[in-house]
Design a protein around this ligand. Structure first.
Ligand code: ATP
Ligand code: MG
Length: 348
């Protein structure tokens, strides 16, 4: 058993490199002449019991890959993942199986996650039996009802097929299926994407209620900093495979020290992603929003307003001086930037 207040999850120097080319990383891979995409690169963080850590960054920065690595859904290139005090990276899938139940993922793609040919009742029955294979039929039925109640769905949904459910209902079924395993940790990958704003709020409230009811820990993945701030205790900001800033949610959101976090907060990045990386976005106050190739050193430099304003300091693109996470405001707030934004007085 792990000591009382040690983290439930410890990720240390996690790297996952792919050999294919594509997306934001293509230029970086070409630059290096290796064809290697460092989708996750030297990422470290802790997650405590009952805590929500938000993982935020634009499309392709490595959020889902980080989540999948924690579930051992893919082999990692380097690094260690300790869950409940055990190094799971050295466990075989067989050895991992008993722990696997405790770590669940709510998958980004609603429709891929549910078998279209299975009624909801079968989906939940299968999940419950996976966790509790010896359950008698009465107890099984009771557990299915209990799961429905946990996610605020009516019993009449049990006879439905996934195609007959709304997006919000499908999401709730996905959550119920994860809960069937009696997890301690849930990797929630964009759990509200593709949902209407009002439904998003319901799903967020549901996840919150479940956290306090069941004592869950969440790694909450989203490209939306506003949403992440709302649900997270702490936030980690990722850019091209690296965490560039991490700290208490309200500090990271309202007193960011990394220029990228400030850009994310201004939602310009989201606008840019929507319009497509290749199209040129109207120059804004930031002025540098063309995708030049990512550089060695700080990967954000080509798009960084501070780098531009300071006349492109050589330090920022020096491969031997890649910025490392260091204390920003003392305590838990850290930033990886040679020229962090000035500290602001914030709450607390
Ligand atoms: N199986 C794979 N093979 C090759 N490259 C991959 C694979 N999975 C992911 N990648 C690449 O790794 C990078 C990170 O992908 P990932 O899915 O983790 O990003 P993400 O932050 O979850 O993005 P999104 O917000 O779009 O979901 C991307 O460049 C992606 O193209
Ligand atoms: Mg993703």
């Amino acid at each position: 058993m792990e000591p009382m207040d040690s983290p439930l999850l410890e990720v240390r120097n996690l790297s996952k490199h792919f050999s294919q080319r594509g997306g934001l990383f293509a230029a970086l891979a070409r630059e290096r002449g290796t064809g290697v995409i460092p989708a996750v690169d030297d990422v470290s963080f802790d997650l405590h019991a009952n805590e929500t850590l938000g993982l935020v960054g634009e499309s392709g920065c490595g959020k889902t890959t980080t989540g999948k690595a924690i579930l051992k859904l893919m082999p990692v290139t380097a690094g260690r993942i300790r869950y409940a005090g055990r190094d799971i990276t050295v466990l075989s899938q067989e050895e991992f199986r008993p722990l696997r139940r405790e770590i669940q993922m709510i998958f980004q793609d609603l429709d891929a996650a549910l078998n279209p040919k299975m009624r909801i009742e079968s989906v939940l029955r299968e999940a419950v039996l996976l966790c509790e294979p010896t359950l008698a039929s009465g107890a099984l039925q009771a557990r299915i009802y209990e799961l429905l109640e946990l996610v605020n769905l009516k019993k009449n949904k049990l006879s439905s097929f996934p195609s007959e459910l709304s997006g919000g209902e499908k999401r709730r079924i996905g959550i119920a299926r994860a809960l069937a395993m009696r997890p301690r940790l849930i990797v929630a990958d964009e759990p509200t994407s593709a949902l209407d704003v009002s439904i998003q709020a319901q799903v967020i409230n549901l996840l919150r209620d479940l956290q306090s009811q069941l004592g869950l820990s969440y790694l909450f993945i989203s490209h939306d900093l506003q949403l992440v701030e709302l649900v997270s205790h702490r936030v980690a900001v990722m850019y091209l495979g690296r965490i560039v800033e991490m700290g208490p949610a309200e500090r990271v959101a309202h007193a960011p020290r990394h220029p990228y976090t400030a850009v994310l907060w201004s939602s310009l990045v989201e606008k840019m992603s929507r319009e497509g990386a290749a199209s040129s976005v109207a120059p804004s106050a930031w002025g540098v929003f063309d995708f030049e190739r990512p550089t060695e050193g700080c990967r954000f430099a080509p798009r960084c307003p501070v780098y531009a304003a300071r006349g492109r300091p050589a330090q920022c693109t020096d491969a031997s001086q890649a910025p490392r996470l260091a204390a920003a405001d003392g305590g838990a707030h850290v930033v990886a930037c040679h020229f962090p934004l000035p500290a602001q007085a914030g709450p607390g």
